[in-house]
Design a protein around this ligand. Structure first.
Ligand SMILES: Cc1cc2nc3c(=O)[nH]c(=O)nc-3n(C[C@H](O)[C@H](O)[C@H](O)COP(=O)(O)OP(=O)(O)OC[C@H]3O[C@@H](n4cnc5c(N)ncnc54)[C@H](O)[C@@H]3O)c2cc1C
Length: 389
């Protein structure tokens, strides 16, 4: 920052961006080229060397605090890396093809030392895997009202009954964080968070086929006995604890969508320069130029909104409205840009020769996950109008 407050991206983050971009091009995409179009993981002989290199770069478990073995990035650094980590075929959901490891659901860090040691840290290391389950068939947009899963006290245990749905990776995880009602229906204060082991005899899973290959699952709890030592925080405090983390993930989530779309645009630009139709290249057609120009302008604007939300969070200022604005703009822009890129490629755009059709499907989900666009618009409108739900 200069004496007049003018700002540019700090050198440290520019270097970080360049290093990750090089890693994606030289290592990650080369490995990923060897697996099928819709794969969502690499075999160990391809993944292990990438993970070793990522650890050496200090980029392991990007969203996890350093004290628990994660990269400990601030929000701006995380946004920068999340954008670059999108630049591979599976990068929309499996960042850098898994090279940076996975973060456990962050609410585990609000747990006790025992919970953190048993579930959080082994999951950062990659020895365990956890899912996050709040959505239910009764509705995911407004979980505080919709949650019907109920946990009833039985001595020093709880008995949990209910169903969660759309839960990413639940069936391939060995534990999860599950939100259930312990108080009155419709009451935010009546919800508690529990750690549930997947080998608990009261838990079962059903895979749900959706437009991405990385499945969500339905999770059924039938007289599932959970010791009270597995509750995170106090009874009825589940939502309050969650609200400490709410909105933080939306920033890298959106940055990642922008990264996918930026990379798609680069592929489309290369194609437009080389493809000839009606006696000249696509690059010389105004219709194509405008698609490319509009895409670049919209992506630059969306990126600035992500940075704005990240700056607010890093400076300890309110960032919820900023993260909603960024989330809607970034996810909707990314979908539109990839759609235009497919158009520029013509028939090739919808083949499995290119990653575009996969990104198109996966980006469609991003307007629903992490809160649908309408809910974020509602957050912005409420902020401006001072209205309630
Ligand atoms: C692939 C995938 C993975 C997911 N992974 C997870 C996960 O790991 N864990 C988890 O807990 N959940 C997960 N979800 C659930 C996701 O968070 C919910 O789908 C989302 O919150 C919407 O909930 P819903 O599907 O029940 O839609 P509903 O709540 O029924 O909403 C339907 C639609 O209504 C509209 N709407 C909602 N509220 C308003 C409003 N106030 N004003 C106007 N319109 C509105 C929106 O268009 C919304 O899309 C996942 C979903 C998908 C599709």
């Amino acid at each position: 920052m200069n004496a007049f407050g003018a700002w540019e991206m700090p050198e440290e983050y520019r270097l970080l961006r360049d290093n990750v971009r090089r890693f994606m091009a030289e290592d990650v995409r080369t490995a990923e080229d060897q697996v099928e179009h819709d794969a969502y993981k690499l075999p160990p002989h391809l993944l292990n060397p990438l993970q070793d290199k990522a650890r050496a770069m200090g980029l392991w478990a990007l969203g996890t605090p350093e004290q628990y073995g994660g990269a400990g990035l601030n929000a701006l650094g995380y946004a920068v890396v999340a954008e670059e980590a999108a630049r591979c075929r599976m990068g929309s959901y499996v960042w850098a093809a898994g090279a940076f490891g996975m973060d456990p659901p962050e609410i585990i860090w609000a747990g006790t030392a025992e919970q953190i040691n048993e579930y959080g840290i082994p999951s950062v290391k990659g020895d365990r895997k956890g899912y996050f389950a709040i959505s239910e068939p009764s509705g995911g947009s407004d979980p505080a009202r919709a949650i019907q899963a109920r946990a009833i006290r039985d001595g020093d245990d709880y008995i949990l009954n209910g169903t969660k749905t759309w839960i990413t990776a639940a069936g391939i995880s060995d534990w999860g964080i599950v939100f259930a009602r312990t108080g009155k229906p419709g009451d935010r204060g009546g919800i508690s968070a529990f750690i549930v082991d997947s080998d608990n005899p009261g838990v079962s899973f059903r895979e749900i086929d959706v437009i991405r290959s990385y499945s969500p699952w339905e999770v059924f709890f039938t007289d599932c006995r959970i010791p009270s030592s597995k509750r995170i925080g106090e009874e009825g405090e589940g939502f309050k604890i969650l609200s400490r983390f709410l909105g933080i993930n939306r920033i890298p989530y959106t940055a990642n969508c922008i990264g996918t779309a930026q990379y798609a645009l680069e592929l489309a630009i290369d194609w437009a320069k080389s493809r000839t139709v009606f006696g000249s290249t696509l690059a010389e057609k105004q219709a194509i130029q405008w698609m490319i120009a509009d895409s670049e302008m919209e992506l630059q604007a969306a990126r600035m909104l992500v940075y704005q939300a990240a700056w607010a969070l890093d400076m300890g200022k309110p960032f919820q409205v900023e993260s909603s604005i960024a989330k809607v703009t970034g996810t909707e822009t990314a979908g539109r840009v990839v759609d235009r890129c497919i158009q520029i490629f013509g028939g090739m755009g919808v083949t499995h020769e290119l990653p575009l059709e996969r990104w198109h499907r996966e980006l469609r989900i991003k307007r629903i996950g992490e809160g649908p666009s309408e809910v974020h618009r509602m957050v912005v409108a409420r902020h401006l109008l001072g209205t309630k739900a």
